[in-house]
Design a protein around this ligand. Structure first.
Ligand code: DC
Length: 222
């Protein structure tokens, strides 16, 4: 495959997008772009400054001045907010809910889409909710990764436990369903399957299998 492609993966929370995107990026020698992390960084900063969803002016100002950076290291990708390493701080359940809320704000979405377009391009695997529909409609390959809410909630729960964050399974499944509703029903860029996206249900597939299936799809088309 001579030409470097822009590959996007959309789908709901816990579908396995970030794990799969990382594997795919590694196999292809591409960069991985975690667009959910950009919303999470804004959510964390907003919380620290007492800014809530609905405070449009404050959120807009925050988006203008905040500096979000990614660094690829041997141990994985690190995320920085104004030079501070927030890789772990942006992954708490509280920030997940807050990120979902502030991502419903048009001003935040527009600012993040601009940033994401600067970070994306050929040789990138970008993962999020509106990659194929809004941010990169011109992407070379679009995937939509899905799984049942039960399965997605269970994956998130195991992930949280592994990171030492206490939670109950029913609570995480409930949060997953709540986030789905918010992501699918928001007015700006709701989560949708792009017409030209390849739909993959990962309920019964592990991340390696999904990545292999994606590679096959990519090779068949390019
Ligand atoms: O993928 P994630 O869980 O890290 O995303 C956090 C939140 O950010 C999620 O609730 C929805 C939002 N998000 C979005 O609206 N658009 C994106 N491209 C990525 C994430």
């Amino acid at each position: 495959m001579a030409r470097r492609l822009l590959i996007v993966i959309d789908g709901p929370a816990g579908a396995g997008k970030s794990t799969v995107a990382r594997i795919l990026a590694r196999k292809l020698g591409y960069r991985y772009l975690d667009t959910g992390a950009t919303y999470r960084v804004v959510a964390l900063k907003a919380r620290e400054e007492g800014i809530r969803a609905g405070m449009t002016m404050e959120l807009q100002r925050l988006c203008v001045r905040i500096e979000i950076e990614f660094e690829d290291t041997e141990e994985g990708q690190r995320v920085y907010s104004d030079g501070r390493d927030v890789t772990e701080a942006i992954r708490t359940p509280e920030i997940s809910i807050m990120a979902s809320r502030i991502s419903q704000e048009r001003v935040v979405r527009e600012a993040m889409a601009d940033l994401q377009r600067k970070l994306g391009g050929p040789g990138v695997v970008a993962e999020g909710r509106d990659m194929g529909m809004v941010v990169f409609p011109q992407a070379d390959v679009k995937f939509y990764l899905d799984a049942t809410p039960q399965e997605r909630g269970t994956r998130r729960y195991k992930e949280l436990l592994a990171r030492g964050i206490s939670a109950t399974l029913s609570q995480v499944i409930e949060e997953t369903i709540k986030r789905d509703e918010e992501d699918q029903n928001r007015k700006v860029a709701p989560l949708q399957v792009a017409q030209d996206a390849i739909y993959i249900d990962s309920t019964e597939m592990n991340a390696e299998k999904v990545a292999e299936r994606m590679l096959t799809e990519i090779e068949n088309r390019w």
